[in-house]
Write a protein that binds this ligand. Structure first.
Ligand code: FDA
Length: 527
């Protein structure tokens, strides 16, 4: 922690001293900037020459792996305060050959919302953090939320409007709505209500021509693609209309920790079959770290029923009445994020600060991993550079939705999502390599025990090790992109590429893992 600010300082000094290769003098950039100036007030556009450029860029960089002097920097940061600003950024970018990186919460694990691997690419960041209104209509059980709001801000507004409505999204409150809904979004209510993206009713999007579209005007294919097809590829989603879901006034939660020498391997082994088969109004997640496993549950009902259920399905876990708390849903979001239900709800509004470097990846597990493998995993977890494993059980509603209903295909047949997550604060290549190798090594070791052909992963746990795009004749190659694309989207990847060909055939919205246009396609039905 103590050393983290140095990396940021170095980054800021580097920007101010001009050691980065930004072609601010290039005519394309100049033309882009003057084009923006006709529609966007100057204080909303920062260039490397602006005193607040570094602060604006870093404001929501959530992975300091991409805040080093070597990271290519944007030629401008456009802080949209109105849909017209986002439209102008798209039109000007397209006209003058400056690509956009769209940023909502900045949590992309590979920094794709503000950084580019391609040093030759001239790009600007379109930051949506200011577009964060949340309007809840409790009577209709609906809400409109700006992409720049965080999951925590959405939860807070829903909780303030009603004690019996909720929204099924992820557990981390600082995650941005824009990226989260674009890739799916799962959390403690998914076994009852599915993904965040499954509960989107409408959306307002700026398309590749800079036009504003809603569900009706964008058409069925594009509306399908933006609900789970990953961020950036199809346009800029400015806001989302959501279906809020009913929850009881009281929910029950517990967290119990079992160490390696308290039979944690046995419990994890059993958990794999028990948790996806539990009734859909309960979730029992596991986090495995150092030499223990932490089991955390939420049930849409009272402790008495939750404990009865645990005794019937998972007596070995040994959950007792003192472990269980009765709270309301909004408190449960604080409980899962901050490990205590008594912390103030206002913590949900804290957008946080960048303080760590992160590497993560994920798998889907379809057959229980044998006990001896979990036994072996403890030696990985006792290494000084070890990260943690997060196991999110599917089943319930997740298994009832068709894999082609949205681009998110990981429905029936998956027991759970397994996330490998490492975060650290030491600077330098040695630390970076150690932590990255830990994630990569354990991921490799798990290969025989997880989904195959393809080995699948979750697009919101983005990992560029799965593959990156290559260009062919100026557009992203579909054939090359299939390598990573089918891991995230399985059979839906082809339809996503067909939609891309229809709505952005020139491939304006692109990044290292954006959806490529399907050659020859004019739309999904024409394939
Ligand atoms: P960010 O702004 O970085 O965008 C991510 C991607 O989407 C980028 O490619 C970006 O260009 C694009 N994009 C962003 N806004 C867009 C918009 N408005 N229109 C079009 N494209 C847009 N996930 C989960 O399902 N459940 C969970 O519990 C968690 N928990 C969690 C904890 C932590 C600490 C992290 C770092 C991440 C998670 N996630 C998660 C993963 C999270 O859902 C994922 O990283 C999201 O893409 C982050 O969305 P942001 O808007 O913050 O990212």
């Amino acid at each position: 922690m103590a050393r983290t600010p140095r990396i940021v300082l170095l980054f800021v000094l580097c920007i101010l001293s001009g050691c980065i290769s930004i072609s601010s003098a290039s005519s394309a950039t100049d033309e882009f900037l003057s084009c923006l100036a006709t529609d966007i007030p100057p204080h909303l556009v920062q260039t490397p020459a602006s005193p607040s450029y570094a602060a604006a860029l870093l404001s929501t960089v959530r992975n300091l792996r991409f805040a080093t002097p070597g990271t290519p920097q944007p030629v401008a940061i456009v802080a949209a305060a109105d849909p017209a600003h986002a439209q102008a950024a798209v039109r000007c970018g397209r006209r003058h050959g400056v690509r956009l990186r769209v940023r909502s919460g900045g949590h992309d694990y590979e920094g794709l919302s503000y950084a580019s691997l391609d040093r030759r690419e001239s790009f600007a960041v379109l930051d949506l953090a200011a577009l964060r209104d949340v309007r809840v209509d409790a009577a209709r059980a609906e809400a409109w939320v700006g992409s720049g709001a965080t999951v925590g801000e959405l939860y807070y507004a829903v909780g303030a409007a009603s004690r019996t409505l909720a929204f099924p999204a992820g557990v981390c409150p600082t995650v941005g709505i824009g990226g989260h809904l674009s890739g799916g979004g799962f959390g403690t209510l998914m076994r009852r209500y599915g993904l965040a993206a499954d509960n989107v009713l409408d959306a307002l999007l700026v398309d590749a021509d800079g036009r504003l579209q809603n569900k009706t005007t964008m058409g069925e294919d594009l509306f399908w693609a933006i609900r789970g097809g990953g961020g950036e590829s199809f346009g800029v989603v400015l806001s989302w209309k959501l279906r809020l879901v009913p929850v009881p006034e009281t929910v029950a939660v517990f967290t119990v920790r079992r160490s390696r020498n308290q039979s944690a391997s046995d419990l994890i082994t059993k958990w794999q079959e028990i948790s996806p088969a539990l009734p859909r109004d309960v979730i029992l997640r596991v986090t495995i770290q150092r030499q223990h496993a932490q089991f955390a549950a939420m049930f849409l009902g009272r402790c008495s029923r939750l404990l009865r259920m645990m005794r019937a399905h998972f007596p070995d876990l040994g959950v007792t009445r003192p472990d269980c708390e009765e709270i309301n849903w909004i408190q449960s979001t604080v409980y899962f994020a901050f490990h205590s239900s008594s912390k103030p709800l206002e913590l949900l509004l804290d957008r946080g600060k960048p303080d760590e470097l992160v590497k993560a990846t994920s798998d889907y597990v379809q057959e229980p991993i044998p006990r001896h493998v979990w036994e072996r995993t403890w030696s990985w977890l006792e290494k000084p550079e070890a990260g943690l494993l997060i196991l999110d059980p599917y089943g319930g509603m997740m298994g009832s939705i068709s894999p082609s209903a949205t681009p998110f295909p990981h429905r029936k047949g998956n027991l759970y999502n397994l996330q490998y997550y490492s975060s650290w604060s030491e600077n330098g290549t040695a630390a970076l390599e150690k932590h990255m190798s830990w994630v990569r090594g354990l991921y490799k070791e798990m290969e025989p025990y997880v989904s195959k052909n393809p080995r699948t992963g979750y697009v919101n746990y983005r990992d560029l090790d799965l593959g990156t795009n290559e260009l062919e004749n100026g557009v992203t190659s579909y054939t090359k992109a299939r390598v990573w694309g089918e891991k995230y989207f399985k059979g839906n990847f082809e339809r996503l590429a067909a939609v891309k060909a229809m709505v952005d055939p020139d491939d304006f919205f692109r990044n290292e893992q954006s959806i490529p246009p399907l050659p020859g396609a004019k739309g999904w039905n024409s394939v």
